[in-house]
Design a protein around this ligand. Structure first.
Ligand SMILES: Cc1ncc(COP(=O)(O)O)c(C=O)c1O
Length: 440
């Protein structure tokens, strides 16, 4: 059982005094250190981590030993090389290996420090290359919070309220089949959601001639870990090619092997024109990358840049991790596939057992449980979701929500089968205890 004392409470009080309010986890966890599948707080409590600290630690809460060693060595050598103004070899080596993970014909890389910057870059690159101002994104999308990417983001109203006007994006429904906005069923629907984009936004609101790109999350992350049907992106890409609109894949959360493939969009056998990556790519340090298809050409010098992109310490950590991924890709693929199948089977059994689980879904180790008041009404049950997260915390499992009433499960991609089972047992036990308490 987890023990929280005044030490934690006092740090949280001090934190509240000095920091502007941001979204924080609902439980009192003060990070101290990490070790593989586990995170430790300042009280000495040990937690099994199913959050990867928001999709960053894809290989354990202490990152890979080689990333730590390379970052430490780089600190002693040179930390900052002003890479987007001067030159340095390490980011070149990193980009060369990064491009190798992409389909043939890729390309050129732009380096930054975060997901929102990797998206801002994609947005500006699409604009400057096509000379078109408009873009399309989904409802419930999350692409970052700076003003360009916020044009695309709309998971919650509070993210946008008072920050407008947002003029250059239209939003369309994500293929969320469990709650189809068109009240259709896949595959009989024949993708009404794609027909809608053709028939409405692209006929009534923005001209395809002026539309630079469509931003997609291959698995919608913050919006609820939603997985589109297998053929969806193929159909979408056909439509976009037909209209001369670029496809931009936001791989910030779903990319970097999380779904079992280096690129989440690869699960759908579709190639985008531009990809944005961040979070896990820096192995725990801030790093973002925007990767552009060669056929799109280049951007004019001076049209986009930053100070810290290609920071040598971040790149040293990221490059060591990328070498590990590159040499172990098939092994990782197989092990993620095996663990994913096991987890989905367990989650499926929980769904059968508990009326409050409306849907379970996922790709690779990007998994989710959606909670509802009952299976028939499908009314989202945020309250029970939040209570389960708290209960799991008290039993030593770190979890995070997504969407309105979903829990996301994103453990270390190298998690042991035992620890995966342990985490799933804690979730099952917690639901069981909450439901029996509610009955009394
Ligand atoms: C899909 C996606 N894109 C972009 C971002 C923004 O990344 P950052 O918080 O590093 O700016 C996030 C963050 O959660 C994300 O999930």
């Amino acid at each position: 059982m987890i023990k929280i004392t005044d030490k934690t409470k006092k740090i949280i009080e001090r934190d509240k005094k000095v920091f502007l309010t941001t979204t924080r986890s609902p439980y009192p966890f003060i990070a101290d250190h990490g070790d593989g599948d586990f995170a430790y707080d300042v009280e000495g409590n040990k937690f099994l981590d199913f959050t990867s600290f928001i999709s960053v630690y894809n290989f354990g809460v202490d990152s890979l030993p080689e990333s730590r060693a390379e970052a430490k060595a780089q600190i002693d050598k040179l930390m900052h090389a002003a890479f987007l103004d001067f030159h340095a070899e390490l980011p070149v080596e990193f980009a060369e290996l990064l491009i190798k993970q992409f389909p043939k014909g890729f390309g050129k890389v732009f380096l930054s420090n975060s997901g929102t910057e990797a998206i801002e870059a994609a947005l500006k690159i699409a604009n400057v290359i096509t000379h078109k101002p408009y873009v399309i994104a989904y409802y419930n999308a999350f692409h970052g919070r700076t003003k360009g990417s916020l044009t695309l983001t709309n998971t919650k109203l509070v993210q946008r309220e008072y920050f407008g006007p947002f003029q250059n994006a239209v939003h369309v429904p994500y293929p969320y089949c469990y709650r189809c906005p068109f009240k259709q069923t896949y595959p009989e629907c024949g993708f009404t959601c794609i027909d809608y984009i053709k028939e409405f936004p692209l006929k009534k609101e923005i001209s395809p001639k002026e539309t630079a790109a469509f931003f997609v999350e291959p698995v919608q992350g913050e919006g609820g870990y939603i997985v589109p049907p297998k053929d969806y992106f193929k159909e979408l890409k056909k439509m976009l090619d037909d209209k001369g609109i670029l496809l931009i894949s936001d791989e910030v959360q779903a990319g970097y092997m999380r779904t079992g493939e280096f690129l989440a969009l690869d699960n759908f056998k579709v190639t985008a024109d531009i990809y944005s990556m961040a979070k896990a790519i820096g192995a725990g340090l801030p790093l973002g990358a925007t990767i552009v298809s060669k056929k799109l050409g280049d951007i004019p010098a001076g049209s986009h840049a930053n100070t810290f992109g290609g920071n040598l310490v971040s790149v040293a950590a990221g490059y060591a991790q990328l070498k590990y991924v590159n040499s172990n890709k098939e092994k990782l693929r197989q092990s993620i596939k095996m663990k994913s199948a096991y987890a989905l089977e367990r989650l499926g059994q929980m769904k059968e057992r508990f009326e409050c689980i409306g849907d379970i879904r996922g790709l690779g180790l990007m998994l989710a449980i959606e909670f509802v008041k009952n299976k028939r009404s499908k009314e989202p049950d945020k309250k029970i979701r939040d209570m389960i997260i708290m209960k799991c915390f008290n039993k030593g499992l770190l979890l995070l929500g997504a969407g309105e009433s979903t829990i996301r499960l994103i453990p270390n991609l190298n998690i042991s089968k035992d620890n995966l089972e342990k985490g799933l047992n804690i979730i099952e036990e917690s639901i069981e205890e909450l439901l029996s308490k509610n009955k009394k």
